[in-house]
Design a protein around this ligand. Structure first.
Ligand code: ATP
Ligand code: MG
Length: 560
């Protein structure tokens, strides 16, 4: 037996391969079916990458279908956000956007067909009674007294349900399957209910709405879906999916295949919980950069390529698992390391005066935009007064501290070597100025004798710009916040720090929104999609340079 040189395909692709080989299908059609009741999150990204990815690789088609059967919870604004997110992730659906609501008339006809065949009935038990009659895992269900009513009576009532004669909950249509089935989904599931509610697409045309399990399989079949990929919690619904399609006059019978959801540590992937964070104002909207929503991650500075890469690395299996946030963050780091320009920003500035640098002199120095890739150069301005970060200076430190220390030297990145000679403090004892000398003979070369140990970033005081920098950290302190009774108690109180007095180099003056940078020695940052414009520079920290959650102790800390 020879070993295959190619990476083994995930189990779904293996099924597709064999369906194409056997001639069961000539091509592949998938769909991504979100309910427009919230923004898409990182879990949806996995489903998007899978459905659109499979369709793309097999030269098939993938539909975008809004599963909009629940008029109470859905809004057009969510639908628009979902379209944007799918496109931003790099995918395009086949043809027009579909809606389950496009099929309401057909769904109604199929329900009627089931009634005519004696496979469905109008039930008048109350919702509470239906629940009670359903039984439990241990106890089989009981037949409804309306189960065997004449077909004609059910058909008449169904028509009158549609005509609006009855109040919500007064009656419903149920499939007639088996009240003793070990699978509770098969105990005469409700397929239609009365809801006198306006629908954002069909308006007031309907006051009865089909249930998810009845709608989904028929929508798939009407669209000629070949492989209906969904998450594991639908495994027990598959018999119902198949039952409906087997019992109505429809030729197409897609295969439902389940895979495990994406769960991410330190966050939640449930629209209900994300909605709670928004409505309780723990975050600033669905696209707050701390949210695991696609629009939140985008605003934070994550790239679509990094999110796709993470989905690829996580893979597609049936195994329930939770992915560490570090996996996603590392994908982001790898992408940005390669593709983001470098720049200098001083987040917590303290002024340095180079006492031997001429007062009016301004030098133009050039610096590469990237250490490895060819991304051109930019101009840095050198002047007598510069800013460095407060954390990069100490009056005293041991040898492990490789930054500026009183009486010692350090290199300003892409510029000169300076030596600290004096500190000036204000009445509170805080350092207000550091006096240094610079060595004019150290541009691009080391001083005679000793090489300075460290390199720090800086900006010119006169040739830099004020900026607001928002440092984002994980939203939750605990690995599995979704399991907490009180979601709010798991929030990380330090998930956002706003630095109002940062300074950035002048080359960023005209930065476009959503431009990503590595601010040297600080991390990866992205100009805010909405707030960053010329004259108002706002940067969001996308991710730190290293995973500080994985490695709490750093060498630098030992030096303190
Ligand atoms: P939530 O539980 O957050 O409300 P949902 O499953 O109800 O999510 P839908 O809008 O119905 O949200 O989901 C659309 C598609 O995305 C479905 O096929 C669903 O299986 C898939 N999906 C949702 N969450 C995840 C996840 N965490 N991982 C992978 N796929 C997911
Ligand atoms: Mg759902």
């Amino acid at each position: 037996m020879s070993e295959s040189p190619v990476k083994p395909k995930n189990f779904i692709r293996q099924i597709i391969d064999s369906d194409l080989d056997s001639g069961k299908h000539q091509s592949v059609v998938t769909r991504f079916p979100p309910e427009p009741n919230g923004f898409l999150h990182v879990g949806h990204a996995k489903s998007i990458c899978l459905n659109f990815g499979v369709a793309g690789d097999y030269r098939g088609k993938c539909n975008l279908r809004f599963d909009d059967t629940n008029p109470a919870k859905e809004e057009a604004a969510y639908a628009e956000a979902i379209e944007d997110d799918v496109r931003w992730l790099g995918f395009e659906w086949d043809g027009e956007i579909r809606h389950a609501s496009d099929y309401f008339e057909q769904l109604y006809t199929y329900a009627k067909e089931l009634i005519e065949k004696g496979l469905a009935y109008v039930d008048e038990l109350t919702p509470e009674q239906i629940r009670e009659y359903r039984g439990t895992f241990e106890v089989p269900g009981k037949n409804s007294p309306f189960r065997d009513r004449p077909k004609a009576e059910s058909l008449d009532l169904f028509q009158r349900m549609r005509d609006g004669e009855f109040a919500d909950g007064k009656m419903c249509v149920r499939a007639k399957i088996n009240m003793a089935s070990p699978n509770i989904n098969m105990r005469d599931p409700v397929i239609y209910r009365i809801k006198h509610q306006h629908h954002h697409r069909t308006g007031d045309a309907w006051c009865i709405y089909p249930m998810y399990d009845f709608t989904h399989c028929i929508s798939d079949a009407l669209e000629g879906i070949t492989h209906s990929l969904c998450t594991l919690e639908f495994e027990d619904h598959r018999p119902l999916y198949d039952w409906v399609l087997d019992n109505i006059s429809i030729d197409c019978h897609p295969q439902q295949i389940e895979f495990s959801r994406l769960n991410l540590e330190h966050t939640v992937t449930s629209k209900r919980k994300l909605n709670q964070l928004v409505t309780e104002k723990h975050v600033d909207g669905w696209d707050d950069p701390r949210m695991p929503t696609i629009s939140g991650m985008r605003r934070r500075g994550f790239t679509a390529a990094a999110i796709r890469d993470m989905c690829e690395r996580v893979g597609v299996t049936k195994k329930v698992n939770t992915t560490e946030m570090g996996v996603l963050e590392n994908c982001v780091r790898e992408d940005l390391d390669r593709n983001a320009q470098r720049a200098m920003a001083v987040l917590d500035p303290v002024k340095v005066i180079l006492t031997n640098y001429p007062e009016d002199k301004v030098e133009e120095l050039s610096a590469p935009n990237h250490p490895k890739e060819d991304m051109g150069e930019r101009t840095l301005y050198m002047s007598r007064e510069v800013y460095i970060d407060r954390a990069d200076f100490r009056e005293e430190a041991n040898k492990k501290y490789k930054r500026l220390v009183l009486g010692k030297s350090v290199r300003l990145r892409n510029s000169y070597v300076i030596t600290a000679t004096d500190v000036i403090k204000n009445e509170n004892g805080d350092i207000s100025e550091i006096h240094c000398t610079y060595d004019p003979d150290t541009l691009g070369k080391n001083p005679e004798g000793q090489k300075p140990k460290g390199v720090i970033h800086w900006v010119s005081a006169s040739h830099s710009l004020p900026a607001v920098v928002r440092l984002y950290d994980r939203l939750f302190n605990v690995a599995n916040p979704g399991a907490m009774d009180d979601l709010a108690s798991a929030l990380n109180p330090d998930s956002l720090t706003i630095l109002e007095n940062a300074r950035v180099e002048k080359s960023l003056a005209e930065v476009e929104p959503e431009t990503r940078f590595q601010f040297e020695r600080e991390g990866y940052f992205c100009s805010d999609r909405y707030e960053c414009k010329s004259g108002n520079l706002v940067f969001n920290r996308t991710v730190t340079l290293r995973d500080s959650w994985a490695k709490i102790e750093s060498k630098e800390q030992n030096a303190q």
